[in-house]
Design a protein around this ligand. Structure first.
Ligand code: NAP
Ligand code: ZN
Ligand code: ZN
Length: 349
């Protein structure tokens, strides 16, 4: 077995603590990755707290992983020892269904194997990136340009692809008015991408203190969503809205901003379901949709796009020991704009 150590929650809402565990030995198609950085996604916090009712403990969270290959199985073709690589939200899928075969593994008809809070095909619990290493089949590993700031690349593996994919799918680009709702980890990447794709981008936030940052990150306009007049000024004008909010909120207020045939895409996963008024949808023939991360080919495309444009996340690098403070700050919307754990700080004992 591969010896691993990291930080785990032993039960729902428990503070994370040092944890020793084992991973499978590297098989022929596996690489062993020494983890250098792991981003802190709000989904980590939802799952530690069992917000979605599907949590498995002990849980080592973390699915925004960047590190170096330290071992490669005999059958590994794409990677060699020393390569800089990334791992995102899933580490396996059925590989046989039409969705897997077309590179949409995130929608695998058998369900993908999550990077953590999941069981592998043998029924064993898999552990995530708040740890020293991880063993992953090369088919679920991504190539990362080593010259970028690797700590700031890590959030691309979830926050990046989760916003890149719907913005591409719904054609955010020149001539389109696109709104990003919520300026956290996902929101700030959505803002960077929508701006890079050439759309007119409006950032919605509940935090007045984030206004100047939003403009610097690429927003053409910033709207304080608690200001009813400012919201009303945009009624019926958006092609696309990307809602990244992590807590319950009124989606009807955003639906009313869509123009004819406009779409509100939900990527945020609050613990309560949204309440949708039919009238909000009927007017202007509006749609509400969802989107989940992205498949392997599109995630690689996104990483390559970011490497080409020099796009990374704006991060606050923290030692592993400060994870609880980071979680507390996420709940207060006090994130600028992604916490990333420096795995060099992980205590071995
Ligand atoms: P985050 O960094 O905590 O950002 C969430 C932002 O939402 C906050 O910074 C805040 O922005 C806004 N917000 C929070 N509470 C709010 C409220 N009550 N009303 C209005 N706005 C509020 O979280 P994240 O890591 O970006 O994740 C966002 C959500 O996406 C989470 O639910 C996460 O689980 C989910 N997620 C989904 C996928 C997917 O595949 N679809 C992937 C990853 C994450 P302002 O301060 O600007 O208002
Ligand atoms: Zn995530
Ligand atoms: Zn499949």
């Amino acid at each position: 077995m591969t010896q691993s150590w990291g930080y785990a929650a032993q039960k729902s809402k428990a503070p994370l603590e040092a944890f020793h565990f084992t991973r499978r030995d590297a098989g022929a198609n596996d690489v062993v990755i020494e983890i250098q950085y792991c981003g802190v996604c709000h989904s980590d916090l939802h799952q530690v707290n069992d917000d979605w009712g599907v949590s498995i403990y002990p849980m080592v969270p973390g699915h925004e992983i960047v590190g170096k290959v330290v071992q490669a199985g005999g059958g590994v073709k794409k990677y060699k020892v020393g390569d800089t690589v990334g791992v995102g939200v899933f580490v396996d899928s059925c590989r046989a269904c039409p969705h897997c075969k077309s590179g949409l593994e995130q929608y695998c008809q058998q369900g993908f194997t999550g990077t953590y809070n999941a069981r592998d095909k043998n029924g064993d619990i898999v552990f995530g990136g708040y740890s020293n290493n991880i063993v992953v089949d090369e088919a679920y590993v991504l190539r990362v340009a080593p010259e970028l700031n690797l700590a700031a690349v890590a959030p691309l593996l979830c926050a990046g692809i989760t916003t890149y994919s719907p913005l591409r799918h719904w054609n955010a680009g020149p001539g389109k008015k696109v709104g990003i709702v919520g300026l956290g980890g996902l929101g700030h990447m959505g803002l960077k991408f929508a701006h890079a794709f050439g759309a007119h981008v409006v950032q919605f936030t509940t935090s007045l203190s984030k206004k100047d940052d939003a403009l610097k990150l690429g927003a053409d306009e910033v709207v304080l969503s608690t200001d009813a007049d400012a919201m009303a000024a945009h009624a019926g004008t958006f092609d696309l809205l990307l809602d990244t909010v992590s807590a319950p909120h009124d989606v009807n207020a955003y639906l009313s901003l869509l123009k004819l045939n406009g779409t509100l895409v939900l990527v945020g996963l609050p613990e309560q379901p949204p309440v949708v008024q039919s009238f909000s949808l009927l007017a202007n023939r509006r749609s509400i949709a969802g989107s989940m991360i992205g498949g392997m080919p599109e995630t690689q495309e996104m990483l390559d796009f970011c490497a080409g444009k020099g796009i990374t996340a704006d991060i606050e690098l923290i030692p592993m020991q400060q994870i609880q403070q980071a979680y507390d700050r996420l709940l207060k919307n006090d994130v600028k704009y992604r916490f990333v754990v420096d795995m060099a700080t992980l205590p071995k004992e």
